[in-house]
Write a protein that binds this ligand. Structure first.
Ligand SMILES: Cc1cc2nc3c(=O)[nH]c(=O)nc-3n(C[C@H](O)[C@H](O)[C@H](O)COP(=O)(O)O)c2cc1C
Length: 315
């Protein structure tokens, strides 16, 4: 079974992907968090770096874009082909208000007819494979049936499904039956995404849906970066490995961005990581307060001393 690393904007950037790939592995492919396409077909320096071949050398990556304009997607697909990519992923799931008010991300699920028009313009001219990462509706799971009819009419290379609506965000009810319906149509091209935090969670999904080729994991791989390796038969991380990983990230962020940004990045990661720990709130508070490297390092060390792999044993 393949494990894919879900895109987590502001977290799984190039520095993170490389450190994770080199220190833990087990991930078949990383989706690069979305780049926002604009009318002037220009990327920011940071976006250019994220998709540059140098940043991702030796790491299997698929870039993701956020757009509702067919021309923008086609422009991006041509540019990505020239950089050597074989697939571009379209974000149909982002629930953020700033994205939705511009009609992008999960907002594209509100109008299946418009989505069909979009694909009708894209597919005949797209120079590389197109995959989507989607939710099952905007307001109601009842919208999924119509959306599936549209998606099934196009040769999408993969359909990653987070079986929640936009309104259900990341923690509301989850709808396995919606995934089952997609699996019937797409077979192994349908990939489950959502709430896999432990090897047992992944096991439940693959036993319930044996036809799927893999799972995509986001938050679970922050809480336990060894989760993908464990799913492919490898060992769970120990605390020394965790410290080496987080110290490498901090060092790399410091070198590239300086202290304030490095601390900001690490705090985001530790917030998610601490959510899986019994004393997490208290331990995270100390990290959050740190504005100097020494204080941050002491607080992160203390937190990682109490870390345990998800669902696993630790000496
Ligand atoms: C902080 C954060 C950033 C995210 N950024 C993206 C993104 O750039 N593109 C995307 O398709 N999904 C994004 N997602 C959604 C995740 O990829 C994933 O679908 C979601 O977290 C559910 O999977 P999980 O339960 O395994 O984490 C983001 C989620 C979070 C929490």
């Amino acid at each position: 079974m393949k494990t894919l690393f879900a895109p987590l904007e502001g977290m799984t950037d190039g520095i993170f992907r490389r450190a994770h790939h080199e220190l833990f592995g087990g991930v078949e492919e990383y989706t690069i968090p979305f780049i926002r396409l604009t009318g002037d077909m220009a990327l920011t320096g940071g976006e250019r770096r994220e998709i540059s071949p140098g940043e991702n050398a030796g790491i299997p990556c698929v870039p993701q874009v956020l757009t509702k304009e067919a021309e923008q997607l086609l422009w991006a697909a041509g540019m990505l082909r020239d950089l050597g990519y074989g697939t571009v992923d379209l974000n149909l799931g982002c629930p953020a208000p700033t994205v939705v008010t511009r009609g992008r991300g999960s907002a594209m699920l509100r109008d299946p007819a418009a989505l069909r028009r979009f694909f009708d313009r894209v597919f005949p001219a797209c120079p590389i494979r197109l995959s989507v990462k989607t939710r099952i509706g905007f307001s109601s799971p009842g919208e999924w049936e119509k959306l599936l009819e549209v998606l099934a009419d196009y040769p999408l290379s993969r359909v990653v499904i987070h079986p929640r609506t936009r309104e259900e965000q990341y923690t509301g009810a989850i709808h396995p039956e919606a995934f089952a319906a997609a699996l019937e149509l797409f077979g192994p091209r349908a990939v489950w995404n959502g709430d896999i935090l432990t090897p047992a969670d992944a096991d439940r999904i693959t036993r319930r849906f044996p036809g799927t080729a893999g799972v995509m994991i986001g938050r679970g791989l922050i809480r336990d970066p060894s989760l993908a390796r464990r799913l492919s038969g490898g060992k769970a991380a120990d605390r020394d490995e965790m410290k080496a990983f987080f110290n490498r990230l901090f060092g790399d962020y410091l070198k590239r961005f300086g202290l304030p940004v490095a601390l900001g990045r690490m705090k985001k990661l530790f917030l998610l990581l601490s959510e899986g720990m019994p004393e997490g709130k208290k331990l995270y508070k100390e990290i959050k307060k740190a504005s100097a490297a020494e204080r941050y390092l002491a607080a992160s060390d203390k937190l990682l001393d109490l870390w345990r792999p998800a669902d696993g044993d630790q000496e």
